[in-house]
Design a protein around this ligand. Sequence first.
Ligand SMILES: NC(=O)c1ccc[n+]([C@@H]2O[C@H](COP(=O)([O-])OP(=O)(O)OC[C@H]3O[C@@H](n4cnc5c(N)ncnc54)[C@H](OP(=O)(O)O)[C@@H]3O)[C@@H](O)[C@H]2O)c1
Length: 425
Amino acid sequence: MSTEEAPAQQQQVKKPDEPPPAAAEGPQESAGGGGGSPAAEEKTLSNRALVLTGYGGYDKIKLQEKPLKSPQLQPGEVLVRVKACGLNFAELLGKQGLYELLPSPPVVLGMEGSGVVEAVGEDVKDRKVGDRVIAMNRSGMWQEWVVVPAQRTFPMPEEMSFEEAAALPINYMTAYMMLFEMANLRPGKSVLIHMAAGGVGVAATQLCQTVKDVTVFGTASASKHEVISQGGVTHPIDYRTKDYVTEIRKVSPKGVDIVLDPLGGSDTQKGFSLLKPLGILIVFGAANCVTGQKKNLFAMAKTWYNQLSLNTMKLMQTNKAISGFHLGYISDEELFERTLTSLLELYRQGKIKPRIDSCYHFEEVAEAMRRMHERQNIGKVVLLPEPKKKEEKSEVDAAENVEKNEAAVSEKKEEEEEEEVKAEN
Ligand SMILES: NC(=O)c1ccc[n+]([C@@H]2O[C@H](COP(=O)([O-])OP(=O)(O)OC[C@H]3O[C@@H](n4cnc5c(N)ncnc54)[C@H](OP(=O)(O)O)[C@@H]3O)[C@@H](O)[C@H]2O)c1
């Protein structure tokens, strides 16, 4: 639920004169205007939010002030002051109107984050004011304050940073459920991980390391191979210059046991062909539809046209399994809790650790998205609601100008490519 939707309700909340723990850096400016110290029920929180205002390029995401009247909690809800948010590939899709679970614009983006509990609804027993938590919601996490169901918050281990906490839930839950719930990963198996240097890719690689003798084939741009090898990828493959099917067959002529497919289209066909008998292919994305910041109908049509199509008789005769996974359609709260609890335990044991690629303030959201679109990230891109400091701003202004120029060049290139595609059509 987004903050705007939350109706007023009685709740346990910090006294108005008590500064919220997370607000220690400075007082919150009241967006409601007016001086004095308003009563708790009337307090208006200043709230910067990243709003998708329409489908298209980076300019469709605007940083807006969405004042929040506090307190406004339903029973079972908590108010969280957000400290860090995760950027997911789904937001690249959502920006182009390709993510079916995202409500229509205008909508606050974001599905995961971390922060501090500032108030709890009447019947909330297991969360209290001051708790550092991971928080998830279908949308609306990219803002300073969020109201979420308490059961979609999870206490953070003491040693975990807010950035790590924001990077963990979606990538690791997706990887965990696919590897352990669906594919039943066991010692000695081999796994093909596409986008191995991305958020889910790094998570899946680390989780493979928790099982003995698992061989990981990982596709990624060549510049990222050293890092992913150190992270546990046994055989990194540069999919841009080499045919990964040939490369895998050189090492393992029989193929692999598990294929995690976030690409779709012809890659699903290749993945299926690579499976050993009794192997499983899990389709969980269609990144091939995305070629740049704007929607590319040609790429979408190509991905759709090339998708794997077969009947159940063929499946039976090949002794292979195909499965689909989408975290957004899982509504089993018990499964959510169980999975995240297992992941936090693995974190405590030092067996997994989110790799933060970069952090951007809310005002830099376009650069954050560009980093992912242009395939530069290794690990997670994180967004920070805290405004960028002035000194920091002037220091990076020059760098930003260079980036903007580069972006203009790349946008022009994209437009030219689109023209070419139209001509090709
Ligand atoms: N079904 C689910 O529940 C679920 C949940 C989470 C994510 N996913 C899917 O998992 C995939 C990875 O998501 P993520 O959030 O972890 O993102 P990510 O992997 O961090 O995405 C960025 C990286 O992917 C690679 N890439 C491959 N094709 C790309 C393309 N067309 N555009 C941009 N980058 C591309 C690039 O690295 P290289 O060039 O090095 O390959 C890039 O750096 C996505 O397909 C996403 O939709 C599905």
